[in-house]
Write a protein that binds this ligand. Structure first.
Ligand code: HEC
Length: 164
């Protein structure tokens, strides 16, 4: 499981040219997010609580990245038991839902599964994550300064073997 690589995470996106738009400019619609919600509940929730895609965890994974990184990750690596099987339209709706979960504003145009547009849309966070977010959402994982991809505690192998 840990072997599933996420090369995009290693990429330094801070040096990229500034994006003309961000997730704070209303890049998806309410309707789209509610379709995405249904999909998330059906396709993702068995492994991810919606809350796990928010707050400090979301910020650390995706903050400042092009929306394309998030879309590609979900499209190519998820659902983890059957990666790459969902239609682009489904994945983009799910992305819209996760943006909504993160308090991003809705707009009048749906987010499209368009690689170029997604690359030019930066994931900009509404609020900086606070300590209490971290604690309530991630429990023990949130308190450990983690490097790289945080693993949902339910999927992580026990880190500390009981010593006797
Ligand atoms: C069968 C279980 C399973 C399903 C279903 C699943 N995932 Fe995952 N997901 C995982 C595991 C395990 C990881 C961590 C390992 C990795 O990065 O591949 C992960 C990691 C992620 C990550 C990055 C790390 C994180 O915690 O945010 C995202 C984003 C994600 N999944 C989104 C989705 C979405 C969206 C769906 C539904 C389309 C989905 N997953 C369905 C098991 C699953």
């Amino acid at each position: 499981m840990l072997g599933v690589g996420v090369p995009a995470f290693a990429q330094d996106t801070t040096t990229m040219t500034p994006a003309p738009r961000s997730t704070l400019s209303g890049v998806f619609t309410t309707e789209q997010a509610s379709r995405g919600r249904n999909q998330f509940l059906g396709q993702c929730k068995s492994c991810h609580a919606p809350e796990s895609q928010t707050g400090a965890n979301f910020a650390r994974l995706w903050g400042g990245k092009p929306l394309l990184d998030f879309f590609k990750f979900v499209s190519e690596k998820m659902p983890e038991n059957d990666p790459g099987t969902l239609a682009p339209e489904t994945n983009i709706d799910i992305i819209a839902y996760v943006l909504q979960l993160n308090a991003m504003p809705t707009g009048s145009t749906e987010l499209a599964a368009d690689t170029t547009a997604l690359r030019e849309t930066r994931i900009e966070l509404k609020d900086q994550p606070t300590k209490s977010d971290t604690t309530s959402l991630l429990g023990v994982v949130g308190r450990r300064p983690s490097r790289g991809l945080p693993i949902d505690p339910r999927f992580a192998a026990p880190r500390v073997a009981p010593r006797r």
